[in-house]
Ligand binder design. Structure first.
Ligand code: NAD
Length: 287
């Protein structure tokens, strides 16, 4: 530590509450150390009432930037100087970059998802994807997919407190990108089967499959899958979910949420340093 941290070391934060469980500090500090970059990444317990002051601290302490997680993702944008197009469309920020006092908010979750697809040789650009979800992860994926050129995005969600957000996401995609989006109630199971049937990619971007909804699936049974469909889960704990094991039985190529997690961190790393994370090294360390 005495060799690593000096008077020149620049600080990058992670501001959220709760946050002590996060794997981001280990991931980012490992990447800085591997490339010999003089940054230190620390987690700070910052709640909704404190995020405005925490942004002032980024300016005062001349921090290079910060990650932001719940409950601050949708709150922090108002205190920044600029938002990336994706952050503006999502209404959420997970990465702040401080360029000599000018703070820009980005959202790298969707970038991470799209990069994880590429890393797995999955090319959805110009094609159709069906996705379940309307929360933070789903919205970031849907917006980034539209910005990157996925031709058709079919969204399913329950009629719960996230429904209105899905309505707004569809409206933004259709008016502000060249992609086309539609929304259906997840209870319309015949429609789900029909839309999955001619999709290139199917994504579960809800918490279903992850604790406390472990052992559950948004897709009722394996008759919904065909071998050519690529099936992606955003949850990553546990790594194997009921939905993906059904898809695998049918012969589908599948991907779990670990790649998205790694590449959203890599995208943030690149925004701060100008260089991508040493991905192959990080994969070895994370496994
Ligand atoms: P959120 O609370 O913002 O959204 C929850 C979503 O799940 C909503 O669409 C909601 O309608 C849906 N949902 C909840 N219970 C449901 C049920 N019983 N049946 C059907 N739908 C249901 O959550 P989020 O932050 O968007 O996270 C969603 C999942 O994505 C979580 O498992 C989270 O851990 C994971 N995630 C992964 C990454 C990654 O990098 N891989 C990043 C962010 C989130």
């Amino acid at each position: 530590m005495a060799e690593r941290i000096t008077g020149h070391t620049e600080l990058i934060g992670l501001m959220a509450y709760p946050i002590r469980h996060s794997s981001s500090p280990a991931m980012q500090n490992e990447a800085f150390a591997k490339l010999g970059y003089d940054y230190a990444y620390l987690a700070f317990e910052v709640g909704a009432d404190e995020i405005e002051d925490a942004v002032k601290a980024i300016r005062t302490l001349k921090m290079r930037g910060s990650n932001v997680s719940m409950p601050n993702k949708t709150l922090v944008g108002q205190y920044l100087d600029e938002l990336s197009p994706a952050a503006e469309l999502c209404g959420a920020v997970n990465t702040i970059v401080n360029d000599n006092g000018h703070l820009t908010g980005h959202i790298t979750d969707g970038i991470g998802f799209m990069q994880a697809l590429k890393d797995n040789n999955i090319d959805v650009i110009g094609k159709k994807m069906t996705i379940v979800g309307a929360g933070g992860a789903a919205t970031a994926i849907e917006i980034q997919a539209a910005l990157d050129g996925v031709a058709e995005i079919v969204i399913f969600n329950r009629k719960d407190e996230f429904w209105e957000r899905a309505v707004s996401t569809v409206e933004k995609i259709n008016t502000r990108t060249s992609s086309h989006a539609v929304l259906y109630d997840l209870a319309e199971l015949d429609k789900l089967k029909e839309e999955m049937n001619d999709s290139y990619l199917f994504v579960n971007a809800t918490g279903v499959g992850m604790k406390p909804l472990e052992g559950q699936s948004v897709v009722p049974d394996k008759s919904y899958f065909r071998p050519e469909l690529i099936v992606v889960d955003v949850p990553y704990s546990p790594l194997e979910t009921k939905m993906r094991s059904m898809a695998k039985e049918v012969g589908c190529k599948t991907m779990n949420g670990l790649g998205m997690m790694l590449f959203q961190g890599s995208a943030a790393f690149e925004l701060w340093t100008g260089e991508p994370m040493p991905i192959e090294h990080m994969k070895e360390v994370l496994n």
